[in-house]
Design a protein around this ligand. Structure first.
Ligand code: GRF
Length: 190
């Protein structure tokens, strides 16, 4: 099974996934892709000897180049690990129910366009939520609305700052994303 990871930034989740599958007998991270040529995730991919490519907005939205590269690498699953651009409909159509995303909150709340990174945790703190967490879901044509595969929560106290919430949420991401992917891609697809 060949997985491609899309990431836009640090790639701490992508790194955890590369580590997790590094010795896996049947699952391979065969490609890392980013919209950001400065993304740290590209150097992490190099450390794991995984080919990494970057693309521009016009390549991603006006051509099928990215789809062709995924096909060339016989990719069957796409993992979005901190990828901040909307997925083009054509890419979704080529990978129906095969694109997995992680969102740093308990969807359906705190989702949708523009709700990513620190903004999410800021909104959770401002709303006085008593917990937050992660949502791993399939990607469909509506942003952050695909089938929810997994959720895990963490407590939020009244004195927590958004940074403290981010730290607790990231610990959940790093603990669960790779094992949830492994389970998802290994079970006979419903
Ligand atoms: C994480 O918060 C993830 O939930 C969101 O983007 C962030 C990626 O962080 N999709 P990193 O680049 O994996 O460290």
């Amino acid at each position: 099974i060949n997985i491609a990871i899309f990431a836009s930034g640090t790639g701490s989740n992508a790194q955890k996934i590369m580590e997790y599958f590094a010795q896996h007998p049947s699952v391979r991270i065969s490609l890392v892709l980013s919209n950001n040529s400065q993304a740290k995730v590209l150097t992490v991919a190099q450390q794991f000897n995984i080919p990494a490519i970057t693309f521009t907005r016009s390549q991603f939205y006006e051509t099928d180049e990215v789809i062709h590269i995924l096909q060339k690498h016989q990719v069957t699953w796409v993992v979005l690990a901190g990828f901040l651009w909307l997925i083009p409909v054509n890419l979704i159509r080529h990978f129906p129910d095969k694109i997995v995303n992680i969102h740093p909150a308990l969807l359906p709340k705190y989702g949708g366009k523009g709700m990513y990174g620190a903004r999410v945790h800021q909104a959770v703190v401002e709303a006085g939520e008593v917990n937050s967490g992660i949502t791993i879901h399939l990607v469909n044509e509506e942003y952050d609305k695909g089938k929810i595969i997994f959720q895990a929560s963490c407590p939020v106290t009244s004195t927590d700052t958004p940074e403290e919430v981010a730290h607790k949420v990231q610990a959940l991401e790093h603990a669960h994303f790779a094992p949830v992917i492994e389970k998802l891609i290994s079970e006979p697809h419903l």
